[in-house]
Write a protein that binds this ligand. Sequence first.
Ligand code: ATP
Length: 319
Amino acid sequence: MKTIGILTSGGDAPGMNAAIRAVVRSAIYYGCKVYGINRGYKGLIEDDIQEMNLSSVGDIIHRGGTILKSSRCEEFKTEEGRKVAVKVLKKYGIDCLVVIGGDGSFNGASKLSELGFPAIGIPGTIDNDLAYTDYTIGYFTAIETVIDAIGKIRDTSSSHERVNIVEVMGRHCGDLALYSGLAGGAETIILPEHPESIETVCDRLETTKKRGKKHSIIVLAEGVGNAHEIGKQIAEKTGSDLRVTILGHVQRGGSPTAFDRILASRLGVRAVELLLEGKSARVVGLRDDKVIDMDIHEALAMKKDFDKYTYKMTKILSI
Ligand code: ATP
């Protein structure tokens, strides 16, 4: 019988709870013991651990956040910190670990596996910035949150004939901004992968103004730069009445969409099966609607392609 540890790490994402549930339930189904590690790698080093049973994960599939809590932990980035972590894992008889998080958390998992401790990663981040998987858990829920906000901002933008900048999360990845901008009907989308000059944005605003459209939504990915600074420059150049809304952490919360719950369930079960097959240093993901797994180092080395065609499409549709 294997003993599996599970933790959530880095920025939280809707659907992490559904993934925890899937790991715990499938592990118990396959006859394993499961320990939940609180507050990510920090809780691991600090021995903040409890055994989980079927009811520990009851009533959580629909809840945002993570019942195991999350954190960032500098100590785990050091070899000494990771050695303490392995000692704690051994104390509980934990044989292998499931890490739910983003690329940083996966880096941590890969370092653990280099110490000989088996670990599997499940992608949980709203940023969708992991190249090896089509989607990460939480991304589609965050898109829903952003388009809901864009819709509301659009109402007031239209009433007051304003230009509204909506800053969207995603760190250096523009996926959340691109696809929520597309679904929200944004007139302009500014992405780190394809930054537009202020002049180009202003020219487009002038053109749409000339054909009678007095309000405009600009979706700005946070990786591009300071939204207030960019807004100030646009307002000065065009004389527009402009407002900036930074959506911030609201994008991290909320009940996960059906897609995220299903993705989390599929990836959670597969992660446990891989551990039972004796695999280590792998990550699970989704490609062409199929659950896949691959070497964690290979996955982390992959570079994300920029979806030029969809970007062009947003230009066509916002003409
Ligand atoms: P998100 O994409 O939502 O920010 P993330 O998992 O990328 O999530 P990070 O803050 O980058 O978030 O990483 C989470 C934690 O993983 C870090 O606080 C640290 O404990 C661990 N970690 C990150 N990078 C490394 C590394 N190179 N070696 C060991 N551990 C790491």
